[in-house]
Design a protein around this ligand. Structure first.
Ligand code: HEC
Length: 582
């Protein structure tokens, strides 16, 4: 068998080599169309910006069929197409194939005479422009030229974190306790509700805030009718700088950033730099919506989520000198169990996520002179060549770093983990999103998003990833959601949403996408399948929403958190709809 097959192969090979020279000359219109089409739809190629039918997207329509010379002119002069030069680098044959394919879209067939004219024009153009590329190379250019390609980043990666167990402890303290007050929210058995912490900085999107408030509030609504039920303001002297909504796994307490311990008040008094407006956490009764405790946690609370249906995974923006950057918190004992310092991971942390087995931390390169390591340098252009950003994967059993995933693009803003923990999706400040294989670290694809993406969420069957284009670290104000095919990385849709939408989350019944607009103080709700806008929920006083947690009550009136920014909890599977909890 094997011998026979090999023999046949050799015969075919020799026939092909005899025919090969003739084929180049006699390439038919159809062959060129097929070749051009293949080039057009490569991973990083024309379709990304010109659309699947060349109808135009970021770039104009090219379905009229530009000539090879016209394409070459763009490659030479259009900085937005520089990526094509570096990735595809089409030669004359490629350009002829692309032009033939594009011409076919408007029904044109290219004769061999026309082809010859194209080639002659292109050759003449290239010759005429050949010597015009000389320019002075500055020191700065040299630095940029020395930047490695991302492939070498992956190949040369050296572990950034320290080896061994990295767990550190921090003793949180209860600063104050308060009377829970009177019940204002009366949940119904079997009901599904949402909680939303809102801040004071709603500012954009044509919303006139007539009843502007000076403090944070807790909002609770009916997640089925999508109506606000009630809300309560936090006393002004207890206001911190708002960033998240996180609840105890049993849905009985809401956590919110609190004021600094020292000095107090919004200005921060004697608090260390960076701690302004923070450093404590408020524990709020989910039925009275009033604080019951203020707890010093050693840092400025950024985001939080339920961990293993028992604890909370919290991360902070700035930590006190002995504070932790990412840690687990026991909501029953009101204490920090243990966590890590970002410096042990080899850089600065951003947000942390979990699949209930591992903890994934978004990492930024450590500060060096002239570059503090944050993402904001991107706006002012002071950082031309940042070192790579990565995700650090920790095993909370041992507190060791078990994997590091360098990713394309600058600061990662979010991590969405698929239900099998096979892939993570990381949107970055470079207006892109990466899909990374957690087993191999391979980047399956990187795709463009809208401006300054923030959060990402998968739909129920995990065939699409939705990204909120907030405008983060871009100096711009975003107002769209990008929907990307999770398999291929191709754009599926761009959807208009609220200004500065930072979080987009699939609802626990698997049918709706909820998108919180910081700019407008609203939540936009979309049908996950049809992409239609179903509702806009105004936050009381147009407070800017941060987070979003769903709480389900069972038939006996017991509550459980079923969805927060980290994922689905307490046995909820969005693909199955929301089952009753027994
Ligand atoms: C990263 C985005 C991007 C990619 C990828 C890209 N283009 Fe473009 N292209 C643009 C933009 C933007 C313009 C418009 C530039 C302008 O008008 O200043 C453009 C303009 C053009 C034009 C001029 C159209 C006209 O009528 O003025 C042609 C031709 C063209 N592109 C061909 C291609 C081909 C062929 C490919 C793939 C090999 C490609 N482009 C890939 C962004 C892109």
């Amino acid at each position: 068998m094997t011998i026979l097959r090999t023999g046949l192969f050799l015969i075919l090979l020799s026939v092909a080599s005899i025919l090969a020279p003739a084929m180049v000359l006699a390439q038919t219109n159809d062959e060129l169309i097929a070749e051009g089409k293949e080039l057009y739809f490569q991973q990083i190629s024309c379709w990304v910006c010109h659309g699947d039918d060349a109808e135009g997207r970021i770039g104009p329509t090219i379905s009229y069929g530009p000539t090879p010379m016209q394409i070459q002119e763009q490659l030479d002069a259009n900085p937005q197409m520089a990526i094509i030069v570096s990735e595809l680098n089409p030669d004359a044959d490629d350009l002829v194939a692309l032009s033939t394919y594009l011409s076919s879209l408007s029904g044109k067939s290219i004769s061999s005479e026309e082809q010859a004219v194209w080639r002659a024009d292109l050759a003449a153009y290239i010759e005429a422009n050949e010597d015009n590329t000389e320019y002075v190379i500055t020191d700065r250019d040299r630095q940029i030229l020395a930047i490695k390609s991302f492939d070498t980043v992956l190949d040369d990666w050296q572990k950034r974190s320290k080896d061994g167990p990295l767990m550190r402890e921090y003793e949180s303290t209860i600063v104050a306790e308060y009377d829970a007050g009177e019940q204002v929210f009366f949940p119904e058995d079997g009901g599904l509700y949402f909680y939303e912490n809102t801040g004071v900085s709603t500012s954009r999107g044509g919303v006139t805030v007539v009843d502007r408030i000076n403090t944070n509030q807790v909002v609770v609504g009916n997640a089925t009718t999508r109506e606000i039920i009630t809300s309560k303001l936090i006393p002004e002297e207890m206001r911190g700088s708002m960033h998240t909504t996180v609840m105890s796994p049993d849905g009985r307490y809401v956590y919110m950033v609190g004021p600094p311990v020292a000095g107090g008040g919004v200005e921060g008094g004697g608090a260390p730099p960076g701690m302004r407006g923070s450093a404590t956490m408020l524990k709020i009764d989910a039925l009275t919506l009033e604080p019951v405790k203020q707890i010093a946690i050693g840092g400025r609370l950024h985001h939080g989520q339920v961990f293993q249906d028992r604890y909370l995974l919290l991360d902070v923006f700035v930590a006190e000198p002995d504070g932790l950057n990412v840690f687990l918190y026991d909501p029953d004992m009101d204490e920090v169990i243990g966590g890590i310092r970002a410096s042990d991971l080899g850089g600065n942390n951003y947000t942390a996520y979990t699949d209930d087995e591992f903890i994934y931390v978004l990492m930024q390169p450590p500060a060096v002179e002239g570059f503090p390591g944050g993402a904001n340098q991107l706006i002012v252009g002071s950082a031309t060549a940042l070192r790579p950003y990565w995700v650090s994967k920790l095993d909370p059993e041992t507190w060791e770093v078990v994997e590091e995933y360098p990713h394309r693009g600058y600061r990662g803003d979010w991590i969405t983990i698929d239900s099998a923990s096979e892939h993570i999706y990381v949107p970055t400040a470079s207006s892109s999103v990466n899909k990374i294989n957690t087993e191999t670290g391979e980047i399956v694809w990187s795709a463009p998003t809208g401006v300054g993406p923030y959060s990402a969420t998968l739909n129920a069957d995990e065939s699409q990833v939705w990204i909120a284009n907030k405008g983060e670290s871009s100096g711009a104000i975003g107002r769209t959601l990008t929907v990307v095919d999770a398999n291929s990385g191709r754009g599926v849709a761009t959807i208009f949403a609220g200004y500065m939408t930072d979080h987009v989350l699939l609802s626990p019944n698997g049918k709706e996408m909820w998108a919180t607009s910081n700019g407008e103080g609203r939540i936009y709700v979309f049908d996950a399948e049809s992409h239609e806008q179903l509702d806009v929920i105004d936050m009381p006083h147009h407070g800017d929403p941060h987070g979003l947690v769903w709480v389900k009550y069972d038939e006996n009136g017991n509550s459980l958190v079923v969805r927060d920014q980290g994922g689905f909890h307490n046995g909820i599977d969005p693909a199955a709809g929301i089952p009753l909890l027994d």
